[in-house]
Design a protein. Sequence first.
Length: 358
Amino acid sequence: MGNTQELVIGIPRGMSFYNNYPFWYGFFTSLGIKIVLSDPTTKQTMSDGSALVVTETCLPIKIYLGHIINLLKKDVKNIFVPSLQSIAPKIYNCSKIRGLPDLVRNVIKGDFNLIEPTLDKSQKHQGLYAFLEEAVRPFGITNLEEIKKASKQGWKVYNNFLVMMRSGMSYKKALNYALQGKVFIENTSNSAPINVALVSHAYNIYDDRACMKIFDKLEKMDVKVFSSLQLTDEQMAEGIASLGQKRYWANEYEMTGTAGHYLKDNKIDGIITLNAFGCGPDSLMIESIARKAKELGKPMLSLTIDEHTGEAGFITRLEAFIDMLFRKKRSKIINKISINEYDYVPQTNICDTLFIEK
Ligand code: SF4
């Protein structure tokens, strides 16, 4: 490993970035570590990443590798690739996420240092501060009090971000305000004719290139979109239970938890699942979501993305689904079939389960 004393860290815009960046921003900047982000995903990012691994590898991993290449092009020497093994006892990440640092080390050769702290709540029963200390030790920062103080700053930015997301604000707006240290609550009273729950991982739906700007497309069709970042952990845990499942995968909250919650919500007219081609855990989870949707009579569309997904076919499927939802709703109104009152209330309690100190 080379010299990491230069207080600069490169963060790839992929995988857990979409959930955890507000925390890392508050944490690193409070310790005086400057963050360099990779550029937003482009076609080039995808092809750079795809060239490094076998075709069957899922798209988010290919994109992530492309972001590392992008950081190296910016001459960043310290690259942050946390090893997120297990986020709670017996709750594991997918093997591709667990093995990310090893994958990066093996397929990308170059003059850079991997900053790879391990979070493992199952084998090591490891606490937050041990994990954080591992993240900044390569920069010569070992003072626990300093680390705890920085952690508080990280949680502050993260919690502000969550409060805004849960008020119904768009991802980009909530992230921008949180990074500026601001908190605003969005007025969510504006209703749309159709409400849809988008069920996927944050790294699929908040990467504009990967999801082909699905939020913008749905908004143009007069559709209001709900996602996992608007739910509390308790709501998602209930969602998993309502599908008769037990949580095993770390990111199951984003799939079965979110789907289980919105399937019971009368205001939600339909469910769209978006998964990456080649994702084993998601294909299992989508199967159980589809069964429950059928049982409850809730329309569901399953979209799969990879680096070759064409935009035209993607839009056609979305339009056909939304058109069907409009027709279904119109016919309910004409035939005076009662639609229950809107019972979804965005929560603003603070999520703190990911890195709880045990
Ligand atoms: S959960 Fe699926 S999409 Fe995510 S890294 Fe694992 S295989 Fe890829």
